[in-house]
Design a protein around this ligand. Structure first.
Ligand code: XUL
Ligand code: CO
Length: 447
């Protein structure tokens, strides 16, 4: 079905048509070379595997400001004096760009869509007005909401945290915002709801009661879960781990920390993880590592797709272009049986120096083609069965007899002594790392 590319009051990207798949031989920079939404991969359309989403915040709300300088892109849709009119213009630009990219989903924070007003009730009214327009635009274009979230980190009131703020008054405001963002997400048919604990952490231990703060966070998430379910939210709640930035230490440090926290507080049935590539690398892991940990715990919810910079220790949020990373990520996703209700959200921003309108499109096309290639490489690796066979072989001693009994919890430490004594010293067995690495590289040239 061909969806309209422009349904707003004004066309903001008039020189760009819908981006189409032209194949690997194409030299058109404004075409997909690998992302072919209808191509079947392991029995499912590429579009359904990848479930791409455009993020509202980096793409439509900011124009390249960094701590050392102001914006380099003055978006036409942000010009004006009436906040509601600006929100509407921004929404027109958003739905136009997302349609032209042929991306099926988007993600937003409450304040990306509708600015905060001078009272909570006025803020709620504005948000409801914008949600009504978003709902209309979704129907007109067929674009859907992957997830919504509340920005409870930018406003100065959240400088000491949101649900972990030492002041209950601030915590209550975060609760009010999360309530409104959940209402908006449900109204728009959002498939997930995200919590990124931007300031849920500390700058110094000397003034922080970490035990109390972590308990408050669990209590807050439980209340949000209960409210979401009470208004009919059926999707997954997602926590997005990040170890630091803006605070020195964030409680949702990495996938394994969050998994432990959710299990400890009985939230693991309703919550999964939203893994962001550059957050995993900031935690000293690879992107694939955090994905693997989430998948192993049955908690792989969604992905915030981007990449960091190997020489910089901060969250550069670059568009993903590293095929090796994308292939490893898609291998975990395919082995996980897909995303479920999650997807691949481009939580990525143009470089400050990228000031052409076309740059938005090059950035997303590059990201989408990289993950499409990653998917095809992962398909090759899975369908050849070679990696799987090597893994199976490595663990074969647990498949029957005494190894199996160990896995079932039927042995004690004395049994291990007896077995070890009877069987003598084990022969070394190769991990074959170089072989498996070569298999990965070979697959890159088989797509
Ligand atoms: C910040 C980040 C956020 C979350 C949503 O590093 O990734 O944009 O994805 O709040
Ligand atoms: Co993110």
């Amino acid at each position: 079905m061909s969806r309209p590319v422009f349904v707003g009051q004004k066309e903001y990207f008039p020189s760009i048509n819908r981006i189409e798949y032209e194949g690997r031989e194409s030299d058109n920079p404004l075409a997909f070379k690998a992302y072919d939404p209808d191509r079947l991969v392991m029995g499912k359309r590429m579009e359904e595997h990848l479930r791409f989403a455009v993020c509202y915040w980096h793409t439509f709300c900011s124009g390249g400001a960094d701590p050392f300088g102001s914006e380099t892109r003055n978006h036409e849709w942000l010009i004006g004096s009436a906040p509601l009119a600006i929100s509407e213009q921004k929404m027109d630009a958003a739905f136009e760009l997302i349609s032209k990219l042929n991306v099926p989903y988007y993600c937003f924070h409450d304040i990306d869509m509708s600015a905060e007003s001078d009272s909570l009730i006025a803020t709620q009214l504005h948000l409801e007005t914008m949600v009504a327009l978003a709902k209309k635009r979704q129907t007109e274009t067929g674009i859907k909401l992957l997830w919504g979230t509340a920005n409870v980190f930018s406003n100065p009131r959240y400088m000491n945290g949101a649900s972990t703020n030492p002041d209950f008054h601030v915590l209550a405001h975060a609760g009010a915002q999360v309530k409104m963002a959940l209402d908006a997400t449900v109204e728009l048919g959002g498939e997930n709801y995200v919590f990124w604990g931007g300031r849920e952490g500390y700058s110094t231990l000397f003034n922080t009661d970490t035990k109390r703060e972590l308990e408050h966070m669990a209590q807050f998430l439980t209340m949000a879960r209960d409210y979401g379910r009470s208004i009919g939210f059926k999707g997954d709640f997602l926590i997005e781990p990040k170890p630091m930035e803006p605070t020195k230490h964030q409680y949702d440090f990495d996938a394994q920390t969050v998994i432990g926290f959710l299990r400890h507080h009985g939230l693991d049935k309703d919550f999964k993880l939203n893994i962001e590539a550059n957050h995993a690398t900031l935690a000293g892991h690879t992107f694939a590592h955090d994905l693997r940990m989430a998948a192993d715990a049955n908690m792989l919810g969604s992905i915030d797709a981007n990449r960091g910079d190997y020489q910089n220790g901060w969250d550069t949020d670059q568009f993903p272009t590293d095929l090796y990373d994308c292939a490893q990520a898609m291998l975990v996703v395919l082995e996980n049986g897909g995303f479920g209700s999650g997807g691949l959200n481009f939580d990525a921003k143009l470089r400050r120096e990228s000031t052409n309108i076309d740059d938005f499109f090059h950035a997303h096309i590059g990201g989408m083609d990289s993950f499409a290639r990653g998917l095809l490489i992962a398909e090759k690796l899975i369908s050849s069965g070679k990696l799987d066979a090597i893994k199976q072989q490595r663990y074969r001693s647990f498949d029957d007899s005494t190894g199996k009994q160990f896995e079932r919890g039927e042995l004690n430490l004395e049994d291990l002594f007896e077995f070890a004594n009877e069987t003598g010293y084990p022969e070394p067995e190769s991990g074959q790392q170089e072989l498996v690495e070569n298999l990965i590289n070979d697959a890159f040239f088989q797509i």
